[in-house]
Every structure is written in structure tokens, then in C-alpha cells.
Design a protein around this ligand. Sequence first.
Ligand SMILES: NC(=O)c1ccc[n+]([C@@H]2O[C@H](COP(=O)([O-])OP(=O)(O)OC[C@H]3O[C@@H](n4cnc5c(N)ncnc54)[C@H](O)[C@@H]3O)[C@@H](O)[C@H]2O)c1
Length: 328
Amino acid sequence: MHILITGGAGFIGTHLTRRLLARGDTVSILDNLSTGNLDNIREFTGHPLYSFAIDTLDNPLVLDRLASQADAIFHLAAAVGVQLVVERPTETIETNVLGTHAVLRAARRYRCRTIIASTSEVYGKGIKIPFSEEDDLLLGSSARSRWSYAASKLLDEFLGLAAYREFGLPVTIVRFFNTVGPGQTGRYGMVVPRFVRQAIHGEPITVYGDGEQSRCFCHVQDTVRALEFLLDRPDSTVGEIYNIGTNHEVTINELAHEVIARSASSSSLRHVPYSEAYAPGFEDMRRRVPDITKIRQAVGWQPSRTLNEILDDVITYERQRLDSVAVA
Ligand SMILES: NC(=O)c1ccc[n+]([C@@H]2O[C@H](COP(=O)([O-])OP(=O)(O)OC[C@H]3O[C@@H](n4cnc5c(N)ncnc54)[C@H](O)[C@@H]3O)[C@@H](O)[C@H]2O)c1
């Protein structure tokens, strides 16, 4: 199969590219390197089944050419990361909404199977735990720019499902919960790589708020396996929304202590108010737990890696990265 991955030089896109190439698919990626980078994709250079275009989603000629060659599109490109979203809300809204609109237009021309990345953020301040795909969604006020990420992704979902219903485009929506693993950048507020880097350097681990908010962390390789299952089963999964994540819940304080223990670090915790970390009035969710019954029943997927395995992988990766920087 020939597959186009938008955002293919990003964190999830790189792992997905590796997996699809390994099973013999042809992969093209489109990425503007805004949060992705060339180091992520260097290993694929010269692979006979791989090509990449450094360009943005709003170049219609490039998008059209890539879609015309593709059987399927994974649309992962987006403005990602709470920090980026708070700092540059206009870019977030435009990239996510207009970018998805452009991808769907191109997909419609060539009838591409399209899988669109959404996020657990769309559940917003929902209190019914775990979150399942049919739940009502409770977003905060538009006066708080952090909700622009969730709102823009929600509009992406509506656009994708509308293309399915109106034009029969085979679209599937995936709502990723916290996805972590080797290669994720800590620059845009992603908690696991940030904690691991702080621990390795023996710096204080900066925990936002009281640290009693909880999250569920899924290994990116489990996530990519879910995407592969969905790609291979269009018959039963088009027109549907699926949560992808684990339901093993951990507080951010527990996560920080686990990172310290597994990296044998001497770091301690430093709690930082949200208003200092992001912006005055920043709202966070206390809990975010996915119900993954739907994807399990549809394609037989469930995550297999534990939090300790995830942390060990990230610690090993970050240590190797540090060593290679030191050598260079
Ligand atoms: N990682 C997570 O925990 C998580 C959670 C929920 C949702 N998601 C979603 O999954 C997708 C992938 O996330 P990720 O963690 O790999 O993030 P990432 O930032 O590593 O990847 C996004 C990629 O999109 C590219 N990009 C951004 N704007 C672009 C544009 N206009 N044109 C072309 N390329 C552009 C970036 O350069 C980057 O390589 C995103 O849609 C994100 O919203 C991720």
C-alpha cells in the first residue's frame, strides 16, 4: 500500500513510518519541520520505499500530488503541545482546521482512506471517567486560549465525519491520549521527556500544579500498532471514532518519583503553579482515562507495554542522545 503521512517527521509519525516501511508499505511524508525535525527521519534516507516533502499543508499543489499517489493518508500534522497552543493560538487554529480541510479536499479527489489524529483534549473538563467516544464533551470558555487546541481538533473530527457521511470518504478518527516513548521532544511541555531530562541532569523535576492530576501514558509503539490495525480493517472502522491509550492511571507526582527511581537520579520535586508555567487562569484536567472497549472490540487492539517499560525506553533514549551530543 502507498501511504502518505502528514506530520511524518514528528514523534508519532516517525514511529509509524518505521513500522509501515518494515512491513513493505511505500511511505511518503509531508512535514514543515515546525515541531518535527530532520534528525527524526534521517534513518529513512535512501530507503527505496520512502520519500519526503518538506512543505506545509497549505501548499495545494504538493498535497495534491502526494494524495494522488496514496491509497491511504494518516493526517498527523498539527500544532501540538499545550505550551505552543497557549503561546500561539492563531497558528494552532489555522494549522489544525485549515490543514485538515486541505487534506480532506485532496483525499476526496483521489478517494484515499483517511485516518485523522484527534486528541483526548476534546473531552475537556468531562467528569465521567473513563471517557468513551459517545460521551458529551465539556470544553472551557473561548476566553481561555488553551481550549483552542481541543476546539480545533473537534472541528477536524466534524469535518472528517462529514466527508464520510456526505461523500462516502473512508475516514476514521483516532483520539490519542498521552502518547510517549523514545524520540518525543520535551520542548513543548511534554511531561515525560521533560522529567527524564531533568532527572538525568540531576535538576529539580518541575511539576505543574499540586501534581495530584493524573494521566495514562501509552507507549508510542502500542499506539502505532493500533493505527496499523485500523488501517488494515477499513470495512468495520470507517465513519468511527476510537480512543487510543492505556487505562493505567498515574498521578504526575507518582510519575516524577518513578522517573527519579528508574534513572537513579538525585533530583527532587519542585511544584510550579500553572499560572507561572503557562498563563494566568490556565485550566487543567484532573483525570484523563480512556475507555478502550470500542477499539478492542473492533480490531482486537489493546496496549501491551507498562509504564516502567516506557520510562526505561525514554531514559535509555535520552542518555544515548546526550552521549551523541557530547561526542559531536
Ligand atoms: N503525542 C501525544 O501525546 C498526542 C496526544 C493527542 C493527540 N496527538 C496528535 O497526534 C498527532 C501527532 O502528534 P505528535 O506527538 O507526533 O506531535 P509532533 O509535533 O511531533 O508532530 C506533528 C508534526 O506535524 C508537523 N506539522 C505541523 N504543522 C504542519 C503544517 N502546517 N504542515 C506540515 N507539517 C506540519 C510538525 O513539524 C511535526 O513534525 C498530532 O495531530 C497531535 O495533535 C498527539
